[in-house]
Design a protein around this ligand. Structure first.
Ligand code: NAG
Length: 312
């Protein structure tokens, strides 16, 4: 049997990198594209043996040539805040190109939990189109006729609490230790370790007959926002806390300043209920908790909160 060859989108992100490392240990051949092959993440992947091609997702000719060498596809896309249409356009184009090769037979799409269409979106650069892109892509996947396809719907990424994501989602938190929140302390998050999402993807690729045509919601642990911050403070030894904004304060931030991040938090409330942890366990993939994640990623935790004062 020839070794499988996979194209991974966004391989320089935490999920893509985890997946690349797990598949490299199985001796898979791995391809990805990046606009900047000189970035530290791209250089690190390249030194591990990942084939890095310089291209954007608009370069259909280049993508097609790479795809012709592949048997598997892992699709993971981010919203493009400069163009609300791009995520759906890229998803459709990548899937069409993959199908047209005839060599790519297996696809895993890492989507997200279905986001409700929140009325506050009108105040922000975030648009209903961006929120719907993932579900549109999910709907089109079965129509391409791949031998197997699996859709993963991960919950709240544990890595959102660490660099580089924390600076985007919770501005100021990595320097002040203070998280400004639309959540209340007892709101639960359905947390997922990106390594576990990657483990699910690997399982899906190795056992396509079991995972084909399945849509799987993922979380490893449900914890309240306050518990998350307490664990973060404990593991980092730093003074990390939440500033829980009142509804009025959130409204003001959203309506006067277009604070999209608080809208996203409002949209995320209650999303943990979409995931059934027992059902997740039933797939036989070991899922980790938040504290274990933080201890494993201790170096990144220290780097993320290096400037915050000690816990008192
Ligand atoms: C990967 O390749 C190495 C070197 O050829 C071999 O020793 C190892 O057993 C292979 N691993 C797997 C999981 O096939």
């Amino acid at each position: 049997m020839t070794t499988p060859s996979i194209f991974i989108t966004s391989a320089t992100g935490c999920l893509g990198t985890s997946l690349a490392c797990q598949l490299l240990s199985l001796n898979w051949s791995i391809h990805t594209t990046t606009r900047d092959p000189s970035s530290p993440a791209a250089i690190a992947l390249s030194s591990l043996g990942v084939h890095i091609h310089q291209a954007s997702w608009d370069s259909t000719k280049t993508l097609l040539n790479i795809f012709k060498q592949c048997t598997h596809l892992f699709l993971n896309l981010m919203p493009d805040f400069t163009n609300e249409n791009n995520e759906l356009v890229w998803g459709k184009s990548i899937l069409s190109l993959a199908q047209s090769t005839g060599t790519i037979k297996h696809v895993v799409y890492s989507s997200g939990l279905p986001l409700p269409n929140h009325p506050d979106l009108v105040y922000t650069f975030f648009t209903p189109k961006m929120c719907q892109a993932k579900s549109e892509i999910e709907k089109m996947i079965p129509e391409f006729g791949f031998d197997s396809w699996t859709i993963l719907q991960p919950g709240f990424f544990m890595a959102n609490f660490l660099l580089p994501k924390v600076d985007f989602l919770f501005p100021g938190a990595s320097t002040s230790g203070i998280f400004s929140l639309a959540y209340s302390p007892e709101d639960n998050l359905g947390l997922v370790d990106p390594e576990d999402i990657a483990r699910f993807a690997v399982k899906a690729f190795l056992k396509p007959e079991k995972f084909h045509a399945r849509k799987i919601r993922l979380a490893g642990e449900k914890l309240s926002v306050e518990e998350c911050l307490r664990k973060l403070a404990e593991v980092s030894g730093k003074d990390i806390k939440g500033r829980y904004l009142t509804e009025e304060e959130v409204d003001k931030e959203v309506k006067e300043k277009g604070n999209a991040l608080l809208v996203v938090q409002r949209m995320n409330k209650g999303m943990d209920e979409l995931v059934d942890l027992e059902e997740v366990k039933g797939w036989g993939v070991e899922m980790g908790g938040f504290e274990g994640f933080l201890r494993r990623e201790r170096e990144v935790v220290e780097e993320s909160y290096g400037r915050v004062g000690r816990e008192i």
